[in-house]
Design a protein around this ligand. Structure first.
Ligand code: ACM
Length: 383
């Protein structure tokens, strides 16, 4: 069991594990920023019960195995029990044995493939029933039934595609191709994917490519002369951050399903965007992953205020059921699954690199990570 000092005169020390370097820094660095922004806001308002939050930050360099090693260092050497971190599912899978063995709490702010539960993880990104279900229906209704899959080669894309394939087939569609590129893909790795897409003539692409590879995929697609108006790339992972990196002309017309886009409006979101841009620069967009990284720290602080203890078992009991007014709208942490009940939205990239919302849920969609409830049903209640 990790030693976490709860002496009243101590600061509350928390671990932060997002990559500042390597091929995933493009998105993980934004999650680091969201985490630090929330910590600063909490400290500026007097901390939690008068005690400052102090982040202990390491850079895992986009290497899953290093995430596991650093999680162990945080828990054993630094005596920290709460960790905010991880984007890729492979990094989460490397941290889980550590937090389970040492009874820590990992706060995971990234959409993922679902079909997982750990009592030592609070999942604040979307599960497939909160994004893939609606996206599959939207693609088939608006573009057609022939979908081509392209993904990075690791657990999230393989599993996410398994679910998407099932959704497409249940609606009478076809998966007309499925290719994987290396996780650390270079631009040249997409050449054969472009040839296969040309030959298959799909109605839409479903991409589960992540990190720098996202930029190369969309640029290769643009250079191959494909048209996003007729055959868009749809994704769960392509956010404002990747669109900015690839160029707005390259990203325009493509589609993402997410709980949050910078462009959704609302006073809570406007305050968040303005604070984020004041701190990191007026051209730095927010995105769904930074938003979850940000609100989960506030959810943690709210629970800590009540428990005045970072002991995992005490804190988790308080976190489950918490409601919070996040930039995406009111969310809550589902007591039965440790996952967040989140909003579902579909956005299409405009010429300014922002997503215009084309569909959104009327309320939060309860997390159903094992797709056992309304999961496979094609989400009613969208406007
Ligand atoms: C992911 O690997 N969960 C995007």
């Amino acid at each position: 069991m990790a030693r976490t000092s709860d002496r009243r005169d101590d600061a509350w020390r928390v671990g932060v594990l997002f990559s500042h370097s390597g091929f995933m820094a493009i998105i993980e660095e934004t999650q680091l920023r969201g985490t630090l922004l929330a910590i600063d806001e909490i400290n500026a308002a007097g901390g939690v019960n008068g005690r400052e939050l102090v982040p202990v930050i390491y850079d895992p360099g986009s290497e899953p195995v290093v995430f596991g090693q650093l999680a162990k260092r945080l828990m054993v050497d630094d005596a920290i029990s709460t960790i905010f971190g991880c984007y890729t599912s492979s990094s989460r899978k490397a941290v889980i044995p550590v937090v389970e063995r040492l009874n820590g709490l990992l706060w995971y702010p990234t959409l993922y493939e679902g079909f997982e539960f750990s009592p030592n993880v609070i999942y604040t990104g979307a599960a497939p029933n909160q994004n893939s279900v609606v996206l599959s229906r939207y693609l088939m209704e608006n573009f057609g039934p022939r979908i081509f899959f392209v993904g990075s080669d690791y657990i999230y894309p393989r599993e996410s595609n398994r679910i998407m394939a099932e959704l497409v087939r249940r609606q009478g569609g076809d998966v007309v191709g499925e290719v994987y590129v290396p996780l650390r893909a270079q631009r040249s790795d997409f050449r054969s994917a472009m040839r296969l897409i040309k030959a298959a003539r799909p109605d839409a692409i479903f991409s589960t490519v992540v990190g720098d590879g996202t930029v190369y995929l969309y640029q290769s697609y643009f250079d191959a002369g494909f048209d996003s108006a007729n055959m868009p790339i749809a994704s769960l992972t392509t956010t404002e951050a990747e669109i900015r990196a690839m160029g707005f002309d390259v990203g325009k017309g493509h589609i993402t399903a997410a709980s949050y886009f910078q462009n959704i409006g609302g006073s809570c979101n406007e305050r968040f965007v303005s604070r984020y841009q004041k701190r990191y620069g007026a051209d730095e967009p927010t995105n769904a992953c930074v938003e979850a990284a940000y609100f989960q720290v506030h959810v943690f602080a709210k629970a800590l205020e009540s428990t005045n203890s970072m002991a995992t078992d005490v804190l988790r009991t308080m976190v489950l059921g918490t409601e919070y007014e996040a930039p995406q709208g009111a969310i809550s942490i589902n007591e039965t699954s440790n996952h967040a009940d989140l909003w579902t939205r579909i956005g299409r990239v405009n010429r300014c690199g922002q997503f215009d919302v084309v569909l959104q849920s009327q309320d939060v969609v309860p997390a159903d990570p094992y797709m056992v409830g309304a999961g496979w049903g094609l989400a009613a209640g969208l406007t």
